[in-house]
Design a protein around this ligand. Structure first.
Ligand code: SAH
Length: 254
């Protein structure tokens, strides 16, 4: 069953506690995307966080406003009705969220763009595994490369469907994301993103053929010059075989 707005609410007390305890939130300003009925919100507030919650479902926002009226009055909680993929987000230093699965990718990239100290995020397990897959392994893809260029990703623990109501069809995984500067210098972030996109559009092809077939994503003339200059070692590899460093080597070419 496909739940409306991806709504799978946490009902397992132990699981809620583990998520809230993954990082010390006391005295911190925490963004929570998709608070739902506020189970995780409550745990974060109990641990001394100030929470800015952003929820897409207006009915849930009304319920949260009622349930947490004291905390809202005290200024410890704000509830914003909006779509976290695009609405203005209040300032925050940390993120702790059980994310809506269909918007996982968009929200993750948006958060990385905005910057934060640490995020504890729950995803579908398969999505989380792909995000954490190191460059050079067969599970790595655009998501892993883009996230790991700008952050470290650490798997924390998995949660079975029974922790939620209604039960999702898949396991979930909590990961910790800590932004850091890229390990390999990135000259132009836009071009870097375009190179990673072009390479993973056809993951079974070689780097040479991915670059050749990248019109619409990368500049033709630039691509030809890159192909002429890159070592054969890189050109004949498949994108999933590249080291993280190789993506920067390609993108930094002038
Ligand atoms: N955090 C709660 C609910 C998780 S379910 C818990 O763990 O129990 C995901 C929540 O995200 C739902 O409340 C859903 O309404 C909300 N949601 C879905 N898409 C959203 C979006 N684009 N922006 C903000 N919230 C969204």
């Amino acid at each position: 069953m496909k739940a409306r707005h991806d709504q799978h609410f946490l009902i397992d007390k132990n699981a809620i506690g583990r998520i809230a305890d993954t990082e010390d939130v006391k005295g911190k300003v925490v963004l929570e995307i998709g608070p739902g009925n506020g189970a995780l919100t409550r745990a974060l507030l109990d641990r001394g966080a100030t929470v800015h919650a952003v929820e897409l479902d207006g009915m849930l926002c009304d319920e949260l406003a009622e349930r947490f009226s004291t905390e809202i009055t005290e200024g410890r909680l704000t509830v914003t009705h909006g779509d976290a993929t695009k609405c203005p987000l209040p300032p925050f230093e940390m993120v702790v969220s059980n994310l809506p699965y269909s918007a996982s990718s968009k929200i993750t990239f948006r958060l990385l763009d905005m910057g934060f100290k640490v995020a504890v995020l729950m995803y579908q397990q398969e999505f989380a595994e792909r995000m954490a897959a190191p460059a050079g392994t067969k599970d790595c893809g655009r998501l892993s490369i883009m996230v790991q260029t700008y952050a470290t990703v650490q798997r924390c623990f998995t949660l079975p469907p029974g922790c939620f109501s209604p039960k999702p069809q898949v396991h979930s995984m909590v990961v910790k994301i800590v932004p850091r500067p890229p390990i390999f210098w990135v000259n132009d972030k836009k071009r870097y993103a375009a190179v990673v996109l072009a390479l993973f559009t056809h993951r079974r092809k070689t780097v040479r053929n991915c670059l050749r077939g990248s019109s619409g994503i990368l500049d033709r003339e630039w691509t030809e010059r890159v192909i002429a200059a890159l070592p054969e070692e890189i050109l004949k590899s498949r994108p999933e075989e590249l080291y993280l460093e190789d993506f920067a080597t390609i993108a930094n070419f002038e």
